[in-house]
Structures are given as C-alpha cells and as structure tokens.
Write a new protein. Structure first.
Length: 172
C-alpha cells in the first residue's frame, strides 16, 4: 500500500479489524520511511450496480460521487462526516439488496432526499432544490410547506403561494 504522505510503498499493517459494514476490513498502517500512520478500508468487490441516467446513459454506482453530493448539501451544517458516510453506505446497501442490476438515478436521488430529510431540513432542501431542479421561488416554498406541520402553516399560506407563483409567471 502506498503511503499517502510520502508515496513510499513500504508500509506495514499495525492493526486490522472488521469494518463498520459487512464485507469490510479496516486496517491501520504505518509507513516504514516517514512513520506516518493512516487508515485503509478493504471491501469485497461486487458486481457494480448500474445507474440509468435521465438521458439513458448508464454508469456504475459511485459512492464517492454520492458522498460529494451529500457533503455539498450539508456544507456549513453541523453534520458529522461519519453520519454522511453511513447514509451513503445505507443507500449502497439498499441498492445491492434490491438485486436489481440497473437502478434509475431518480431512485437513488429519492433515497438520498429521504435520508437527508431525517437528518437536516436545510440539507434536505438544498439537495432537493438541485436534484428536483426547482425553477423558481414557488418551487422552494412548496417544498418548505411540506416540511411544516399543518398547525404551523399560516392560514393564508396558499393565497401567498398563489401570489408568488403568479409573480414568477409574470416575469417569464
């Protein structure tokens, strides 16, 4: 294993234990040259789940890409990286357990949205706004309305929403 600090190939395993998820091994390694320690994870290579994009293209599920998208939505929020990694792991595991070789990007996006909805409302709205391609303020308001409990919603909210929608239509 190459040292991420000095790129030397001489490293030794200091500790090895099962990872957080099934079929994963966590290893602590130490570089023989610079003495820096780092962690690596080994996972069983499984047949890739193919994601079918909106335009019909297919690409292998990329957990790092999903993690980057979730991290972007959670930027400047008090959410641990470990929790985000658990969300990605949960999504990947649910895709594998479905035994479908191909899954639409929409299914993956909705799984992410549902996971974020249970973690942080702001991150949820950020991700949903990009994923669902909100076109104007009315789309945001409609999504926010769904987050509010019925008893917290203003009585005149629907009229307000209509005005905002009408103004957005007038600008078009």
């Amino acid at each position: 294993m190459k040292c991420p600090y000095c790129t030397n190939l001489n490293t030794r395993v200091v500790d090895s234990r099962p990872g957080k998820v099934e079929y994963e091994v966590r290893r602590r390694r130490e570089c023989q040259i610079c003495s820096q320690r780092f962690t690596t994870y080994e996972r069983v290579e499984q047949a890739p789940v193919m994601i079918v994009k909106k335009d019909g293209r297919r690409e292998a599920f990329d957990r790092d890409k999903v993690l980057r998208g979730i991290q972007k939505a959670c930027e400047k929020r008090a959410i641990s990286v470990n929790l985000l990694e658990e969300i990605v792991e949960m999504i990947e595991q649910s895709l594998r357990e479905s035994n479908d070789r191909e899954v639409s990007a929409k299914v993956v996006g909705e799984k992410i949205i549902q996971a974020l909805k249970g973690v942080d409302d702001v991150a949820y709205v950020r991700f949903a706004s990009v994923y669902r391609e909100f076109k104007d303020v009315a789309d945001f308001i409609q999504e926010l309305k769904g987050l509010l409990p019925k008893e917290c919603q203003p009585v005149e909210f629907d009229k307000f929403l209509e005005k905002v929608t009408d103004k957005a239509d007038d600008r078009s």
